[in-house]
Design a protein around this ligand. Structure first.
Ligand code: TRP
Length: 490
């Protein structure tokens, strides 16, 4: 790095405190993945079986990849691409894959964020006595998918909010926002969980989640299906496998304990995911919404809850969606930040002053355009103005078989590319590089022992980097290929 670049280093900014970092990292992790994704994926993949596999993966893959990313980021002081570049120009592609994964994730995340805002405003209008759901009541979700004007409007709105926050820069933007929003979110979610516990029929939802039942994992293909779904969900929910935590780590002060953070962040995230499950699945049981409803599950089940709540329902509904909205924004800004940091670092390395404003607007604008099909294909339900991927390529499912998930709608398409393929692949590449090429002792240990902290988990993390994470990732990628080529019965 030449002198001019060094001088520009402060342009990157840094976290104000470890609490701020934690809240921003937890804010990045806790989002639609936990509240929208976790309950619906658990509902589709056998409840308890999914939960157990998920929890094991969080420990042996989640915490490990988290530590690896934070260490690489803080060691190099660079974002996803820049960090690998510092080790070798040849490894730059690993970081670059992450930037692409973030791009794909955001493309559909923005649309979901827009839907969340639509529900938030819907309940808000109900509170002030205006029909907020266009006369559709609890059937609103089916209407929303074909209400293209509404979909586009809220999609744009969500993107604009993201741009405004990310333009503010690290400390004044993301950190301040997260430090208030994350604790608030926890308490509002807790309230909803407790409320639902008192509804008739809710108990069946707890049994679905917590009563041992491995029937979803019968046979090797059943096991692979649960494994790949849980693994993808874990990357998505913990913000891993695409260098997001490399970027966040690069802003972290040298005196902070990496190992502790690599355990606290996944623990908080998993707690919120399970709480979201305990809100949505018992609600499904109580109001007869099928667990396996797919991506609409959060919206349909929760609207039943709030509508049946009576007088205060609309208000609680508003509060709930407001919190989901905040969770979504603190996550989407972290995704946008990854994409932007890539360009900012490049400018700094070239000795040019980065223009954060311009970079943010261009990145967000491009992602918005790529996300348009997601907003306009009615989740592949047919007859929409924009065709789903399988319709475009003229795929015909055989009698009694499903269209493979990767191409059944644009949301699942981008979801499969990012959390299903690029992120497991990114985690595989990172753990092999750390375990075998850079070596855990050199790349991770010195970072974990900064400022006199003890790295007591070295043995465990090292074995995971070298063997366990790569082995599981290869299984996940194989499962993904099988899922695509071997059609499943309806
Ligand atoms: N974890 C977030 C969620 O659960 C989504 C997210 C934010 C993310 N940043 C990420 C996922 C980086 C993967 C990588 O909603």
């Amino acid at each position: 790095m030449d002198q001019k670049s060094q001088h520009l280093e402060h342009e990157r900014g840094s976290w104000g405190s470890n609490f701020g970092f934690l809240m921003a990292a937890v804010g990045s992790a806790v989002g639609l993945g936990n509240i929208w994704g976790f309950p619906y994926k658990m509902g589709m993949t056998g409840g308890f079986a999914f939960l157990i596999v998920y929890l094991i993966l969080v420990v042996v893959v989640g915490c490990v990849v988290m530590l690896g990313e934070l260490a690489l980021g803080r060691k190099t002081g660079r974002g996803a691409v820049g960090a690998y570049m510092q080790f070798s120009k040849k490894h730059k592609w690993v970081g670059f894959l992450g930037v692409i994964a973030g791009f794909c994730l955001l493309a559909f995340y923005n649309v979901l964020g827009g839907m969340v805002m639509r529900y938030m405003f819907g309940f808000f209008f109900e509170v002030v006595g205006i029909d907020g759901f266009a006369g559709q009541g609890t059937g609103f979700f089916g209407f929303l998918l074909y209400d293209y004007g509404g979909m586009l409007f809220f999609h744009v709105l969500f993107v604009i909010i993201n741009i405004l926050i990310v333009m503010g820069g690290v400390e004044s933007g993301i950190e301040k926002f997260s430090s208030v929003a994350m604790p608030a979110l926890f308490f509002i979610l807790l309230f909803v969980v407790v409320y639902i516990a008192f509804q008739d029929g809710a108990a069946e939802g707890y049994a679905f989640m917590f009563k041992p039942d491995f029937s979803a994992m019968s046979g090797f293909s059943g096991f692979l299906n649960v494994l790949k779904t849980a693994a993808g969900q874990m990357f998505f929910s913990l913000s891993l496998g695409m260098g997001c935590m490399i970027t966040y780590g690069s802003y972290l002060d040298k005196k902070e304990d990496l190992q502790k953070n690599a355990i606290i962040i996944p623990a908080c995230d998993t707690l919120i995911a399970i709480m979201a499950g305990m809100a949505v699945l018992p609600a499904c049981a109580a109001y007869d919404v099928p667990y396996a409803s797919g991506p609409g599950l959060l919206f349909t089940s929760m609207q039943q809850v709030f509508t049946n709540m009576g007088e205060f329902g609309a208000f609680v509904g508003f509060l709930f969606y407001f919190l989901v909205f905040i969770a979504a924004v603190t996550s989407s800004i972290s995704l946008l930040e990854v994409v932007c940091t890539y360009r900012i670092d490049r400018a700094i390395d070239k000795g040019v002053k980065p223009n954060r404003q311009k970079i943010t607007c261009i990145a967000a604008g491009l992602i918005f355009v790529v996300g348009l099909p997601v907003a306009l294909d009615a989740l592949g339900s047919g007859g929409a103005i924009f065709p789903a991927p399988f319709e475009i390529i003229g795929y015909q499912a055989a009698e009694g078989y499903k269209v493979p998930m990767a191409i059944d709608c644009w949301l699942d398409f981008f979801d499969t590319i990012s959390e299903g393929v690029l992120m497991p692949f990114g985690a595989l590449a990172m753990s092999v590089l750390i375990g075998w090429v850079y070596k855990t002792k050199k790349a991770v240990v010195p970072e974990c022992e900064q400022a006199g902290h003890k790295f007591w988990g070295y043995g465990f993390f090292n074995v995971c980097f070298k063997f366990i994470v790569p082995a599981i990732m290869i299984l996940v990628l194989v499962a993904q290929v099988i899922d695509f080529f071997v059609p499943k019965p309806l």
